[in-house]
Design a protein around this ligand. Structure first.
Ligand code: KG4
Ligand code: ZN
Length: 364
């Protein structure tokens, strides 16, 4: 059992190239450096992340970002106990860049390479800066994912529900692209929504009338996009549509979160905590609604600082460090093949066809 360790983490699964050094001593976590280079200007002309452009940008940026993280931390390669890199799920070209960089550095330094599931990084992210003991309920809501996960312990994750099609952030991005108001779409939609009337457009709340914790955002996304095509919207009309859309997503997330908390609390009644992570968690209206849901259920809402809600490498380094300390590191890290799809809860993925392989699975 290792008492203290220092890890380099690398994250390249979507459109952030990130590297960070984290030291774990006993239960104490220290972030020695935390470098994130977003690729907003590369993808903005297309209104969404273009996988080929992302892969190329990661290849260009990864070395520089890793060097910057080492330099800022004041550590040398020789001070590292292991290197962890996101090895899936995500856009495979980008994942390969970060994973191969990590493997090569680990091999050259003769230290373990730890392949990390990006979702595990998000699941553990509150533990970077807060005393957040297991178990807790996680709502991961980003541009690529929308899931409820019962985080029971390190490596022990139960997926309670998931979107069956698009992620919530993807829907925000699509509406913003259709309106031509900017990328990433979430912040632009939120800004416009402040001046809008949430009751003007009657948008669907998919899956709310169905039992269970699965969600769907594709129909809502399409309805919002159709509303743009249906009438020439002036600026107030755009604001009203953004407000109506945000209200619909907020209600979907709030109702499902209330149900997920009921399920979680039935099993774990003592000091229940709801952690919300992912870029969409930056949305103030969604955050406020989740806070109300948590309070009503007698739970606490924990939202990691925004820079750890969105993609970052500190959470990947922490996941690697926690695994190393717990003796959960596989020996064959260098043999690990990058996985475009890699469910955190393999059992749920097997029994729920939503997570079928290839094109059959949900996008998120
Ligand atoms: O976690 P993240 O940085 O990257 C991944 O997708 O993994 O999340 C990015 C997503 C984008 O879809 C973006 O539009 C959304 O989070 N987002 C927001 C807000 N800020 C970012 N969505 C709604 N409201 C926001 N304020
Ligand atoms: Zn992410």
């Amino acid at each position: 059992m290792i008492g203290a360790c220092t890890l380099l983490g690398i994250e390249t699964s979507c459109d952030e190239t990130a590297a960070a050094l984290v030291r774990v001593t006993g239960g104490r976590v220290e972030i020695l450096s935390d470098v994130v280079r977003a690729q907003i200007e590369q993808h903005a002309p297309y209104g969404g992340v273009v996988p080929e452009i992302a892969a190329r940008a990661h290849a260009e940026l990864c070395d520089h970002v890793v060097s910057a993280a080492l330099l800022k931390s004041g550590q040398e390669l020789a001070d590292l106990d292991a290197i962890a890199a996101t090895s899936g799920p995500g856009l495979i070209g980008g994942v390969m860049v970060g994973m191969m960089t990590g493997k090569a550095m680990a091999m050259a330094s003769n230290i373990p390479f730890i392949p990390i599931n990006h979702l595990e990084g998000h699941a553990l992210s509150p533990r970077l800066t807060q005393d957040c003991a297991f178990p807790y309920l996680l709502l991961l809501v980003s541009g690529g994912h929308c899931q409820f996960i019962a985080v029971k312990g390190l490596g022990d994750y139960q997926r309670l529900g998931t979107t069956i099609d698009d992620a919530a952030g993807e829907a925000f991005d699509k509406l913003a692209k259709t309106l031509g108001i900017g990328f990433p779409g979430g912040p632009a939609v939120e800004l416009l929504a402040r001046r809008g009337d949430p009751a003007r457009f009657d948008l669907p709340r998919p899956m709310l009338n169905r039992p269970g914790l699965d969600m769907s955002f594709a129909g809502l996304k399409t309805a919002a996009v159709r509303a743009v095509a249906g009438e020439a919207l002036d600026e107030q009309g755009q604001a009203d549509l953004c407000a109506s859309f945000q209200a619909a997503i907020t209600e979907c997330l709030a109702v499902k979160t209330a149900r997920a908390l009921d399920v979680f609390i039935a099993e774990q009644p003592s000091d229940p905590r709801l952690v919300v992570a992912g870029g969409v968690a930056a949305n103030q209206e969604i955050r406020a609604a989740l806070d109300r849901v948590a309070v009503k259920a007698g739970a606490r809402l924990i939202a990691p600082p925004l820079r750890h809600c969105t993609d970052n490498a500190a959470m990947i380094a922490l996941a690697g460090a926690e695994r190393l300390v717990a003796g959960q590191v596989e020996r064959d890290g260098l043999d690990f093949a990058a996985r475009p799809r890699w469910p955190l809860d393999a059992a749920a993925a097997r029994t729920n066809p939503v997570f079928g392989g290839g094109k059959r699975g949900a996008k998120a």
